[in-house]
Design a protein around this ligand. Sequence first.
Ligand code: ADP
Ligand code: MG
Length: 356
Amino acid sequence: MARITLDNLRHSYMPAPKGPEDYALKQIDLDWQDGGAYALLGPSGCGKSTLLNIVSGLLTPSGGRILFDGRDITDLPPDQRNIAQVFQFPVIYDTMTVYDNLAFPLRNRGVVQSVVDARVREIAAMLELDDLLGRRAAGLPPDAKQKISMGRGLVREDVNVIMFDEPLTVIDPHLKWKLRSKLKELHHRVRATMIYVTHDQTEALTFADRVVVMDDGIIVQIGTPVELFERPAHTFVGHFIGSPGMNVIPCSLDGGRAIVEGIAIETDNAPAEATGRTEIGVRPEFVSLASSGIPARIVRVADAGRHRIVEAEVAGARVHAVVGEGVDVPDGPAHLAFTPTMTRVYADGWLVGGAQ
Ligand code: ADP
Ligand code: MG
């Protein structure tokens, strides 16, 4: 296992990139600690696979360095990096049995047969492939093939890092949940550094101890699931994580107070002034109905089981509130209150004062 450092990494697929818009990765600086469970979370096209393929050596970056335990491995070919990578779609040998597929990465490195056998059976049991060990892979359904693919990634114990690139795409929903918790369990057992790439916040937050959130070729925040929820460093993080996402309301600043249509709103971090576009960010969980406060108009109420999601209009912006059972929700005109310690000012998207 190893600590992985990405130092000023950039990548463009174009032969002669000009501006930042020509780069799939604009600038990435990152430290993945030895033994950590990480998720790389971001929308489709933000550069997740590009980043993973640079770490595994399938792609050579346009600039910057990759270090394993402080050693520069940027020019090392993939087979010398000692990495296991599981892709979105199964990569297996169709003509081999399930057993031989799982054994392959070990036999390939000359592991003795008794160890191979023990390891194959352990991984097969974990992935519930034990009944299929003697079957040829060719005739199996896509999710079984993907489980074999994952098994091939997990079978070796001596890898620097195991990377999963949206591995559950072809797996059906009930098995998804199960495999995700198995991966988590496995991480606790083997303590391998694992990097799990996904565009799905639930997958990222349930698997990872720390989540790296990406957007448009940059890292917008690295944090624990709680940190990403409680203190989004960027309105993008606030919006992308959470259901519904963080409310974002345009505001102006006046002497250390945030002003929305003439109403002063108490926040955690309002500076005296800020440059750029200023907005208030507050999660629906920290918005409540009040008898006085911020004037609003209720436009919709949706039942979400244990609570309701109230949609209101405040100064032309849509604001969601999570409201518990037993609270009277008026029709039309109402007032809202924002929890001041959880209400923050953002300038040009970024949290004023930083995330720490
Ligand atoms: P993600 O995995 O987050 O969906 P990717 O890393 O695959 O994102 O892609 C990042 C950006 O790079 C996208 O704009 C995508 O169109 C572009 N891209 C990815 N692979 C290639 C390629 N082989 N050639 C040219 N552009 C590519
Ligand atoms: Mg991808």
